[in-house]
Design a protein around this ligand. Structure first.
Ligand SMILES: *Cc1c(COP(=O)(O)O)cnc(C)c1O
Length: 483
């Protein structure tokens, strides 16, 4: 069959629509800039939470189809149906879960990374992008106190970082399928659920998981850990992994990082620290005291999209011995044979399950370079102070009681009504807070008790936000108590 040149021409004509003409490109620049500016202009005034009731019909009634729509129409859909309902994570009023905020410098980095579309997975393809990522990971390893032979990977978030750490631990401890039912993992009930998920995805769900008892600050009791390991060994089991939290999500508790490291080392266990929420507090003096001993771990997770306040899509895993990380994740492929020759640097693709990936390094590098470290250190120290401030103030409001003094920047508290069920009361209080929405708080259950949380980590959260939260809590609790 001869090639039909006319058809090829027609296809080309339509295919070329993928490339915006100069006027369209100009419109994209201008209108998205205007949209972003309008969003940022009002970010300190909009609610942190909005509940809408349209159930997404506006968005869903505009399906993907052959014909394009105009940019202003698309931005209208985005504004109304995506950027309005639900939590506004860019707001400083976000005091729920673990916020971060999303420093805008990263958005410009993402923009540039997407325009150039550099391939950050393999050194050969883009030595600069890989050097940049490795430099950032080296910087993080230095913060933790890991040696020169450490390596790491910038992931999409803490969950994948935990998965990489646990898979590396499994292989480094030479665990075989036949051993799984005797192999013991030690962690606390307060460990993040992504750890349980990672254990399952790593094929380890048959392992014995010991929940080490907690002290009254929800920290793992290290002497109980040691006793349990010794008892398990005596019973012929295979203790192989201990996972500590450098800041639990629920209460912000920091396990006794250093002592657990000693025990893990003595007993020959792999020591993994989940610092997705808390590890970047090492950047401020208060944090350094609290997080002492993280260098004793074999692997560690830290989330730039939490503790460095970056927009979502950036976690990190570090492994003390790069060979172990490599052993679990390297690959060989005939079609990529050109890429293995000049390996000055480790390639991300050899250190994670991903091959092609977003050039995440740029969104970490640009804000750090343009802002410098001092404001990050100050912002983290401020968040610890704000949590302590909240802790002090909330217990002075009639009816409120607090949990333990915060290790980092999460405070637990609740209202104790003079009569009636406290759990039901606090549940209503959260609902009232959500209906208002100026600040967003979340709740949890601790030892069967419905408990409120204030998690201070959004970079736009300052003292006025905390005062507003305290005011709202006082008013709404009074209203509910009067009902
Ligand atoms: C947020 C969090 C995770 C999960 O990280 P993602 O970035 O949400 O995937 C894991 N551990 C802790 C302690 C966290 O706070």
């Amino acid at each position: 069959m001869p090639i039909d040149i006319e058809r090829l021409k027609a296809l080309e004509k339509t295919a070329r629509q993928l490339e915006p003409d100069p006027a369209t490109l100009q419109g994209l620049f201008k209108q998205t800039e205007a949209y972003a500016r309008a969003f940022l202009d009002k970010i300190y005034d909009v609610p942190a939470y909005i509940k809408t009731s349209d159930q997404g019909f506006g968005l869903l009634s505009s399906p993907i189809q052959e014909q394009p729509i105009a940019l202003n129409e698309a931005l209208q859909l985005l504004s109304e149906h995506v950027d309005t309902p639900g939590i506004n994570p860019a707001s400083g009023g976000h005091l729920g879960y673990i916020p971060g905020g999303g420093v805008v410098h990263s958005a410009f980095a993402d923009f540039l990374a997407d325009i150039s579309n550099r391939y950050a997975g393999v050194f050969f393809a883009n030595p600069g992008a890989v050097r940049m990522e490795n430099m950032l990971l080296r910087w993080m390893a230095d913060l933790i106190g890991y040696p020169a032979q450490a390596a790491g990977n910038l992931t999409s978030g803490g969950s994948i970082a935990n998965l990489i750490g646990i898979v590396t631990a499994r292989d480094a401890q030479q665990l075989k399928a036949k051993d799984f039912e005797r192999a013991v993992i030690y962690l606390s009930k307060q460990v993040h659920h992504s750890v349980a998920k990672a254990i399952r995805i790593a094929g380890l769900k048959e392992c014995i998981v010991r929940h080490v008892p907690l002290d009254n600050h929800y920290r793992m009791r290290s002497e109980a850990l040691e006793q349990q390991i010794v008892a398990d060994k005596a019973a012929g089991l295979l203790p192989w992994l201990v996972i500590a939290s450098a800041g639990t999500t629920d209460t912000g508790a920091v396990d006794p990082i250093s002592t657990i490291g000693e025990i893990a080392h003595q007993q020959g266990l792999w020591y993994h620290i989940d610092g997705a929420y808390g590890a970047f507090f090492i950047l401020c003096d208060e944090g350094q005291q609290i997080l002492k001993g993280m260098d004793r771990s074999d692997s560690l997770v830290m989330d730039p999209h939490k503790g460095l306040f970056l927009p979502y899509g950036c976690g990190a895993v570090l492994v003390k011995d790069r060979q172990k990380l490599l052993d679990s994740h390297y690959y060989l492929a005939n079609y990529m044979q050109d890429t293995v020759s000049a390996n000055e640097e480790l390639s991300p693709a050899d250190l994670s399950p991903e091959l092609t990936k977003h050039f995440r390094g740029l969104r970490v590098w640009l804000p750090l370079k343009l802002i410098g470290l001092a404001p990050f250190r100050a912002c983290l120290a401020e968040k610890i102070e704000l949590a302590r401030y909240f802790y002090e103030k909330i217990q002075r409001i009639d009816g409120f009681e607090v949990g333990p003094f915060p290790d980092l920047s999460v405070v637990t508290y609740r209202y104790v009504p003079k009569r009636g069920d406290a759990n039901a009361f606090n549940q209503k209080l959260v609902q009232k807070m959500h209906e208002d929405g100026r600040v967003f708080i979340s709740s949890t259950v601790l030892d069967g008790t419905f408990t409120l949380r204030a998690a201070v980590l959004a970079f736009r959260t300052h003292r006025d936000t905390i005062d507003l939260a305290l005011d709202m809590l006082r008013q709404k609790a009074e209203q509910l108590a009067a009902e």
